[in-house]
Ligand binder design. Structure first.
Ligand code: GCW
Length: 711
């Protein structure tokens, strides 16, 4: 279906995200939609139903290109009816109660049905949130120009808690944020509510996100002080309308007295009146109990605490000779009477535990399995190091059958080109979700661990470190919006394909022109592999400039061995890569058989993880027939060429997308091309000092690639 050319030039600044309800361009579809949706009824008084009504009003009047009335009474005539059996007697009369109940508290049905002899589209759910989610789904059908005839959709989320973790500081800076300041205007809360809070919540609800951690895991204790809690209450009151529960990062030292010299990580700084934050101290326990009571008094649906403890300088139970269990369980007991949870992060890498940083979290946490309170999640990053362009999945997945593990993905692109590079992350997350842990034999995927189906976890969750800020287009880069979108969609249903998600997003955000959709989708689908190849091919890792993490650097001394790139790439005259095989650090042993053996053996280790698990001789023959050195060269060149092609592709779309976003993306892609070229230059000339092999000409401008493609 061709979009009318007239739309293309219209200014669009990205604020509307994928909720850009521009008129349906296919005249045929538009006619069919108007005929099916002649009247619309969403009966009921509840606040979230009012939100659903407002969204349908806004969406349908945009998509159908004309005013839309939404009645709160019975549906008359052919049209749309949305509600629960309690809010609509017409829905109650359909006799769908069993199917509705089967969709759970957040699910819904969308079906074509006859109502009073007239055709209707019915959104039926067991709760008002289900009605809102169903309404967004219906709008998506129109945005992506799907037919409305014969609908029989049944949806329920596969994972219960679908959270965005904001690494937002109280001074409105954002750790690893590349899209302006924090959305939360603490200085003017609680009295002034920025209208963006509603738009943020709409966008989250439209993709099924149902929780937000408002502040950075490097938590300032002030967030729990009563005056800040009032501000949190104001935000919670907005987000609740959209089914989003507020959570907070808690600083473990909060019960301490304020310090005159708090320092960056405030190990000794609190908001309380105690001399200790020892989790076994009765006063400390009482302090947290009272704090939880205070929070729940104002926010009855408060989600709970996210805690980064004894990691990167943050305070924690170890400061008092206690354990993760003592710390997490103490907080869990304070929250449990109110139904709150603790998300205790497994991002710990104390050098005393093991010389190989990637082994440490597993060694600390596996022995604790089964000992946590039932309302504790252990929150685990997707890989064992730290959100690198590619990592094998974290071996904790599958290794803690008695402890609900919550996945932590990073939506913000700390190590993947930040606010500059176009990198669509769904394929990376999907690789992790689909990875087989073999924990209970073949077919025990990471997705089955976190959705609870493998171990029967009583609660399930997934978190994404947000990429959202105060920039007009929310994410800094227009295409970074796709990562926010994809995170939500995968959190709801991890069986969706990255292609399908990309396609939905493009249609809702840019255009329904099939050719343009396919071109943009293919560009997005190749972008992660291009990033991996330009930056850290073959699973090289932790090669980046110190501190800000943008651009290549292979040799600095960060003052801590496990922050230095040399510790990871281990380039020497013999070869390249970290030997984590059984003859090296034996990190492979943290995986279940047969995976541990597959990773252990150089000849069976998937090449995409090669330099993660092996120190490989420069002349080692790869599956391509090339030597390791030549393969490395080839991959870098391949990556740079792929990025150049993305720029060419985008240039070719000039007449197919609106001009503002076209120009803004073009500018970023141009920077991406030149920055991508720096990686092979810097990395290969460094590695060459050890390999003593030639670097072919044209690596950084694609010339080598074109030549080599013929091989
Ligand atoms: O990736 C590292 C980041 C830190 C971050 C830390 C963490 C919030 O460089 O900025 O701190 O991980 O996940 O705790």
């Amino acid at each position: 279906m061709k979009e009318a050319a007239s739309l293309v030039g219209l200014p669009r600044d990205g604020y509307e995200l994928w909720l850009d309800y521009r008129p349906v361009q296919s005249a045929e579809r538009l006619g069919a939609y108007r005929a099916s949706l002649q009247s619309i009824a969403v009966p009921g008084d509840f606040s979230t139903l009012a939100v659903a009504r407002a969204e349908l009003q806004r969406g349908l009047s945009g998509l159908l290109d004309g005013p839309v009335e939404i009645s709160q009474d019975q549906l008359q005539g052919p049209g749309l009816l949305a509600g629960t059996p309690q809010t609509s007697s017409q829905i109650a009369a359909l006799g769908w109660d069993e199917q509705i109940a089967a969709q759970g508290p957040e699910g819904y049905l969308i079906r074509s049905a006859m109502m009073g002899g007239k055709p209707a589209v019915v959104i039926a759910a067991g709760s008002e949130m289900g009605v809102l989610y169903g309404s967004f789904h219906l709008l998506r059908l129109l945005q992506t120009q799907q037919p409305l005839a014969g609908l029989d959709i049944a949806e329920r989320p596969k994972i219960q808690l679908r959270l965005l973790d904001h690494w937002d500081n109280l001074n409105r800076s954002v750790e690893r944020g590349y899209a302006g300041k924090s959305l939360w205007k603490w200085e003017e809360l609680p009295d002034t509510l920025d209208p963006r809070y509603h738009d943020y919540a709409r966008a989250c609800a439209s993709i099924g996100i149902n929780g937000a951690v408002l502040n950075n895991v490097n938590a300032n204790p002030l967030i729990l002080r009563s005056d800040y809690l009032e501000k949190v209450v104001a935000l919670a009151n907005v987000l609740r309308l959209y089914g989003i529960r507020v959570h907070l990062s808690a600083n473990f030292a909060s019960p301490l007295r304020p310090s005159d010299t708090p320092g960056r990580f405030r190990r000794v700084n609190g908001i309380g009146n105690l001399d200790t934050a020892d989790p076994l101290d009765p006063d400390v326990r009482q302090w947290w109990k009272e704090k939880a009571d205070e929070i729940y008094h104002h926010i009855p649906d408060f989600g709970g605490f996210l805690v980064k403890a004894n990691s990167e300088g943050m305070p924690g139970p170890f400061d008092y000779g206690r354990t993760h269990l003592d710390g997490a369980n103490m907080l869990a007991r304070a929250l449990a009477p109110h139904g709150g949870i603790v998300m205790w992060r497994a991002f710990v890498y104390d050098p005393h535990v093991d010389p190989d940083r990637t082994k440490r979290a597993y060694k600390e946490f596996v022995p604790l399995d089964g000992e946590f309170e039932p309302n504790v999640f252990v929150q685990v990053k997707n890989g064992p190091l730290d959100f690198q362009p590619r990592e094998p999945f974290h071996p904790l997945f599958g290794a803690m059958p008695k402890t609900p593990l919550m996945m932590e993905f990073q939506v913000t692109q700390e190590y993947l080109g930040q606010g500059i590079h176009l990198v669509y992350l769904a394929p990376m997350w999907k690789e992790v979700l689909d990875a087989d842990t073999f924990a209970q034999g073949e077919g025990s995927t990471v997705a089955q661990v976190i959705d609870g189906s493998l171990h029967g976890y009583p609660m399930t969750g997934v978190a994404g470190v947000a990429n959202i800020g105060s920039d007009r287009n929310w994410c800094g880069h227009h295409f970074a919006q796709a990562n926010w979108y994809a995170f939500g969609r995968l959190a709801w249903n991890h069986t969706l394909s990255p292609e399908q998600i990309a396609e939905e997003w493009i249609r809702a955000t840019f255009t329904n022109d099939d050719g343009t959709v396919a071109t943009i989708r293919d560009m997005m689908m190749g972008s992660w592999e291009a990033c991996v190849n330009t930056m850290m091919p073959l699973c090289l890792h932790h090669i980046m400039r110190e501190g800000h993490h943008y651009g290549p650097d292979l040799e600095y001394n960060a003052g801590r061995e496990d922050w230095n790139p040399q510790y990871y790439h281990r380039a020497d005259a013999a070869g390249l890569g970290y030997d984590r095989s059984s003859s090296g650090s034996n990190a492979v042993a943290q995986y279940f058989p047969p995976l541990c053996d597959e990773f252990d053996d150089l000849t069976t280790c998937p090449e995409k993880y090669l330099l993660w698990f092996h120190h490989v001789p420069w002349d080692y023959e790869m599956r391509s027939g090339r030597t390791l050195w030549d393969e490395l060269v080839w991959r870098y060149a391949h990556g740079v060429a792929a990025v150049s092609r993305m720029l060419e592709t985008w240039t070719g779309l000039k007449s197919c997308v609106d001009s503002q976003r076209y120009e803004e993306v073009l500018k970023k892609l141009s920077t991406q091309v030149s920055d991508a070229a720096e990686w092979p230059q810097v990395c290969l000339s460094y590695f060459q000092k050890f390999s003593r092999r030639p670097i072919p000409a044209g690596i950084s401008d694609g010339a080598f690639q074109q030549h080599d493609e013929s091989r």
